[in-house]
Ligand binder design. Structure first.
Ligand code: DAH
Length: 341
């Protein structure tokens, strides 16, 4: 029996060392150590041995079993290490091959102009504020000194959200003047940009939703000269240093005096062309000295403080900046158009 056991050990160890796959190793384990395996078969003959030999052979059999188990485990380790190395070699990535560049978009031209604007105003010490598009009529109109019968309050002009006309989609960014003064007091220098809504039909110069930039400066001793100086500086940053401006009297409820600011047509240089509708001038913003009633309504003493405000359409600004002729192009998101900027 001893020879039998040693023969099993020898044969098995050789076979195990030669195994090249984990599956084959498992077959060998069953063949030698399984319930119907060779070692088990030998052990079944133990009953026929003498009382002296039985423990000796038992000891040897255990020894053989242990050495086979160890050998199988070691070979299994070697095989899985090899498998791992083979996989790593097969799946190796060449990090030096240039990658595929995903198509990248870029900023919408109107938001590029907005960013330019923000930069200009930040450099002049203004702060940037955000405010609600759903607004109270109080802020959109009343606190801005708009009379009860003002045409812009009409349901045909403004999107109201409640039957009692108290809540609406803001029709201008001017309510941010009130929110700024109420929220932060004076002195203040701020701009606020965002969407506004009006019941306008879509055409080359109108859209029911568009963007405005509002500005407000309130401090001691602010005059119309500050208004003109500031706006001229901004306009020349945006349209170029040679740009000619014109301040024309106008009326807004929340400023007194009020004006509109035109630039000389960038297309024809003032001679008159389709872009400026033959006028030679293009209107770009409304502005004025903050009305004393508006200041007082926000708890600010107009004897002590004064200020100026302005509001401009962002779309129109972008059209002028990039010499685009139709506002619809700004909203249609046709990639062939947007790619040009
Ligand atoms: N809110 C005005 C509009 O939508 C524009 C405007 C005019 C804003 C004069 C102002 C201002 O702040 O002072 O037509």
């Amino acid at each position: 029996m001893k020879e039998q056991l040693e023969a099993i050990r020898k044969g098995a160890l050789e076979a195990i060392a030669a195994a090249q796959e984990t599956a084959g190793l498992e077959v060998l384990r069953v063949k030698y150590l399984g319930k119907k395996g060779e070692l088990t078969a030998v052990l079944k003959q133990m009953g026929g041995l003498s009382a002296e030999l039985r423990p000796v052979m038992g000891q040897l059999a255990n020894d053989v079993r242990a050495s086979l188990e160890t050998a199988i485990e070691r070979q299994s380790g070697i095989l899985s290490q090899k498998a791992l190395e083979a996989r790593l070699a097969a799946e190796a990535v060449d990090v030096t091959i240039p990658g595929k560049k995903p198509p990248m978009g870029h900023k919408h031209p109107m938001y590029s102009v907005l960013d330019e604007m923000k930069e200009i105003f930040l450099n002049m010490g203004f702060e940037i504020m955000d405010g609600p598009e759903i607004e109270q009529a109080d802020y959109n109109f009343t606190k801005l000194n708009a009379p009860e019968n003002h045409p812009s309050r009409d349901w045909t002009d403004t999107f109201y959200l409640t039957e009692d006309s108290s809540v609406l989609l803001r029709s201008q960014t001017s309510p941010m003047q009130i929110r700024a003064m109420e929220g932060y007091g004076v002195p203040i220098r701020m701009i606020s940009a965002g969407r506004v809504y009006r019941k306008d039909e879509v055409d080359a110069t109108h859209s029911p939703m568009f963007h405005q930039i509002e500005g407000l400066v309130v401090d001691k001793g602010i005059t119309m000269a500050d208004l003109k100086g500031t706006l001229n500086a901004v306009i020349r940053e945006i349209y170029g240093p040679e740009t000619v401006t014109r301040f024309r009297p106008h009326h807004f409820p929340f400023t007194e005096p009020s004006c509109e600011v035109d630039i000389q047509c960038y297309k024809c240089g003032g001679k008159g062309c389709p872009t400026c509708k033959g006028e030679g001038w293009i209107e770009i913003l409304g502005a004025g000295m903050v009305h004393p009633k508006v200041l007082r309504g926000c708890g600010i003493d107009p004897e002590e403080y004064s200020g100026f405000a302005f509001g401009m359409g962002l779309e129109r600004l972008a059209l002028g900046r990039y010499k685009i002729s139709d506002m619809r192009l700004i909203f249609e998101n046709d990639i062939r158009f947007l790619e040009q900027f």
